[in-house]
Ligand binder design. Structure first.
Ligand code: NDP
Ligand code: 2IT
Length: 446
């Protein structure tokens, strides 16, 4: 329920942003949580902080023309929504997926404001991307696309202005091509303008692993509070991309058993435990499909179009995409013995799913807290770039772990202070919101 003081604000967001269902959902979830913070800080309402937070500072939409290997002209649409820079330069990933539209980019950019605030690092919130579909495209096609996108986007970026990174469909390969084009156009080796770079040319160790590892660190903190651990637990991780693979890697290092993963084509159930080396070979080296996994692992069963949440588990990590876990799925998971959920993806659980988990007392870590390890390590990459330094894996992973412990503590303590003990959704939304709001008040009406 949205606090009555915020009902008009929400109605205005719906009116001004028609047809943007995911953006409405993301705003609705935050507004449902922050009522008590508005009561506590009347100056936030007086200064119209919430109305201002819901309106991006700048939205950029542009044409991205490129040519296929056969010489056919293609036109895609590029986006960058620079949502909020009260805490630092705009920061957030670029997503390449055919479903990308303005509403999706705005939901992701809005989430990013609070996530980045929770890291306690100096980064504002943004998101971008394109409706370009990299699936089935050759390296040369993807490179030409990245170069064309950056030919327009570069003018809006800068290490003190806006610093993109990867997201769905954008990894180290694409960041390389975009950085190359930025460097060529600007004639500047400005390392801090993009994160997720290769480690030999300005990247940070642990950035590749950071989102997945961070989600597992957050999960461990939630379990610790309940006197529980991850060792020996049966886990299911949806997706098989960057976040899923490194969530699985850390779960295995911590002694858990991962029995399921997926891609948009179907699901794998491997009761003997996912063989990470095989998964990485298929997904990272061959850029193949998850169905190939069952051909190489006799213990695994592939179900085309199956529902991953039907696989029994104690811990679920949704790491694929928004709204992939519904109320029905949450009910099924609980019936099968699920005790904890950490969101590696952005907003993967539907509002009904979140309610079902919370009503059942499942430890539920929302994405803006649980997956903040990726962007936090991006900020560590920016620190290394600014000081022309590079840190060891151990040091960087240690920093990531303590950042995730800090995020957990601030969500946990904030939820308790505002009368919702154990509710990490309320804790994350209020803790993130308060930090941004205080900065916005301090910076005046801008
Ligand atoms: P990748 O592109 O590496 O992997 C995405 C995975 O999710 C793939 O297995 C993909 O399957 C699956 N997937 C994507 N879209 C859909 C869909 N519509 N239906 C079913 N499956 C789908 O992306 P990431 O791992 O980087 O991102 C995954 C999620 O994590 C996203 O929500 C992203 O916003 C979030 N995230 C990412 C961070 C990062 O650092 N990369 C940081 C924080 C959050 P297929 O290959 O078949 O499309
Ligand atoms: O959703 C996210 O936090 C990301 N895609 C990572 C953003 C970043 O700037 O590292």
């Amino acid at each position: 329920m949205i606090d009555e003081k915020l009902e008009d604000v929400y109605a205005e967001v719906l009116r001004r942003n028609p047809g943007e269902a995911e953006f409405h959902q993301a705003v609705g979830e935050v507004l449902e949580s922050i009522g008590p913070a508005i009561t506590k800080h009347p100056e936030f309402a007086r200064r119209k902080i919430i109305q201002r937070i819901c309106e991006p500072e700048r939205q950029i939409i542009f044409r991205v023309p490129w040519e296929t290997d056969d010489g056919e002209v293609q036109i895609n649409r590029g986006f960058r929504v620079e949502f909020n820079s009260a805490l630092g330069p705009y920061k957030g990933g670029l997503r390449f997926h055919p479903t990308v539209n303005l509403g999706i980019v705005k939901f992701l950019g809005f989430e990013q404001i609070f996530k980045n605030a929770l890291t306690n690092l100096p980064i504002g919130g943004a998101k971008g991307g394109s409706d370009f579909d990299p699936k089935g495209r050759s390296d040369s096609e993807v490179m030409r696309f990245c170069q064309s996108l950056m030919t327009e986007l570069y003018r809006h970026l800068g290490e003190y202005t806006d610093v993109p990174a990867g997201d769905t469909g954008v990894g180290g390969r694409e960041i390389g091509w975009m950085f190359g084009q930025y460097k060529r156009i600007t004639n500047r080796y400005e390392s801090g303008v993009l994160t997720g770079k290769g480690i030999e040319w300005g990247g940070s160790l642990v950035r590749t692993e950071a989102t997945g590892y961070g989600a597992v660190f957050f999960l461990e903190e939630m379990l610790k509070v309940r006197g529980q651990g991850i060792e020996g637990r049966t886990c299911v991780v949806s997706g098989s991309g960057n976040v899923a693979i490194y969530a699985i890697e850390k779960l295995l290092q911590e002694g858990a058993v991962v029995v399921g993963c997926s891609d948009s084509g179907g699901i794998i159930h491997d009761p003997d435990g996912i063989d990470l080396a095989v998964l990485k070979e298929i997904k990272e080296v061959e850029r193949g499909r998850i169905c190939d996994y069952s051909e190489r692992r006799p213990s695994a069963v592939y179900t085309e179009g199956g529902n991953i949440w039907d696989i029994p588990c104690e811990v679920a990590l949704p790491c694929a995409t928004q709204n992939e876990l519904t109320g029905r799925d949450a009910t099924k998971l609980i019936a099968n013995g699920c005790i904890a959920v950490a969101e590696g993806a952005n907003m993967p659980t539907s509002p009904e799913g979140v309610r079902v988990f919370q009503d059942a007392g499942v430890a539920f870590g929302p994405g803006k807290a649980a997956n903040a390890g990726g962007v936090a390590t991006s900020a560590l990459e920016m620190q290394q770039n600014a000081s022309r330094d590079s840190w060891s894996f151990e040091h960087t992973e240690g920093r990531l772990r303590s950042i995730m412990e800090g995020i957990h503590a601030s969500c946990y303590e904030t939820a308790e202070a505002y009368g919702s003990p154990g509710n990490y959704v309320v804790g994350a939304n209020i803790a993130g919101f308060e930090r941004v709001a205080r900065a916005m008040v301090a910076l005046g009406l801008i």
